[in-house]
Design a protein around this ligand. Structure first.
Ligand SMILES: Nc1ncnc2c1ncn2[C@@H]1O[C@H](COP(=O)(O)OP(=O)(O)OP(=O)(O)O)[C@@H](O)[C@H]1O
Ligand SMILES: [Mg+2]
Length: 263
């Protein structure tokens, strides 16, 4: 598969939500190409359409106009979602959304269960994933017995369970304290480097964006458009100390100023 057709293509996408107070123009003519294996971060003021764009990429919403392509194939055809395309994707949200009466292992294996995979294969995969996301030993525990950061790790493991090529993440660490968030950023970088998947992550945090991204997509509100796209070229793997460097601070400062201007 060549670079033209792999990854995600957002082509002239407009999204208008109907509402009692009249139509809400959430996105206007957004064009974006996410390359295969790339780590892209969506950043922008509240209400600029980040979640809308992510849900469009994941096929949870259909565009009012324009097209979304995954690995060169349209996500929607005649109002129907292409099931094969959406199976390539895993999603992680701000809340881990684990099933409280399922063990961690069973939660992680749920997508495999839904796909009819046998129990021993599921269990083996769940154990491998617990190891990958750093919660091994907690397979038999209940979600309530884990900390917020550990629950979020389990949610990431669940999203990775069926080997998605693409991971879409909407403020996955928004509810965590700063230190846990830092360590989750490191872990996510490691998981991404190990799995080779494509990641699109939404955040409100400028340092998180600069630390994680190959490219930052800065969005403006009403209606949501792409303001600018910024390449972040620090070597990998990045260490947390990077955020103290002059280069890092300069990028973060420029982003902060631009965000203040457009908010
Ligand atoms: N289901 C919906 N029905 C109507 N309007 C919606 C719906 N979802 C979002 N919107 C509107 O679309 C716009 C973009 O919302 P969206 O949730 O995508 O923004 P966001 O950038 O993710 O914001 P935040 O940073 O606060 O999460 C907002 O004006 C919002 O009110
Ligand atoms: Mg949002």
């Amino acid at each position: 598969m060549n670079a033209e057709t792999s990854g995600i293509g957002v082509e002239a996408v407009t999204k208008i939500y109907p509402s009692d107070a009249g139509p809400i123009h959430a996105l206007e003519a957004v064009d974006l190409r996410v390359k295969r294996g790339e780590f892209v971060v969506l950043l922008g003021p509240s209400g600029c359409g980040k979640t809308t764009l992510l849900r469009l990429m994941g096929g949870l919403l259909s565009p009012t106009n324009g097209d979304i392509r995954v690995s060169g194939r349209s996500l929607w055809r005649n109002g129907e979602r292409d099931a094969a395309v959406s199976r390539e994707m895993g999603m992680v949200f701000q809340d881990a959304n684990l099933i409280p009466w399922y063990s961690i292992e069973k939660n992680i294996a749920l997508p495999l269960q839904l796909r009819g995979i046998n129990k021993s294969t599921r269990t083996e995969k769940a154990h491998e994933l617990c190891d990958l996301v750093g919660i091994s030993g907690f397979e038999k525990r209940w979600p309530r017995e884990l900390s917020g950061g550990m629950r979020q790790r389990a949610a990431i493991a669940r999203a990775l369970s069926y080997d998605p090529n693409i991971l879409l993440m909407d403020e996955p660490f928004g509810a965590l304290d700063a230190m846990t968030r830092d360590s989750m950023n490191l872990e996510l970088q490691r998981i991404w480097m190990t799995s080779g998947c494509t990641i699109v992550l939404v955040t409100h945090s400028i340092p998180e964006a600069v630390f994680l991204a190959d490219r930052i997509i800065l969005m403006t509100p009403r209606p949501g458009r792409i303001d600018r796209i910024l390449d972040v070229n620090f070597e990998r793997p990045r260490e947390l100390d990077l955020s103290a460097s002059v280069e890092f601070q300069e990028i973060a400062k420029n982003l902060r100023h631009r965000l203040e201007e457009i908010s």
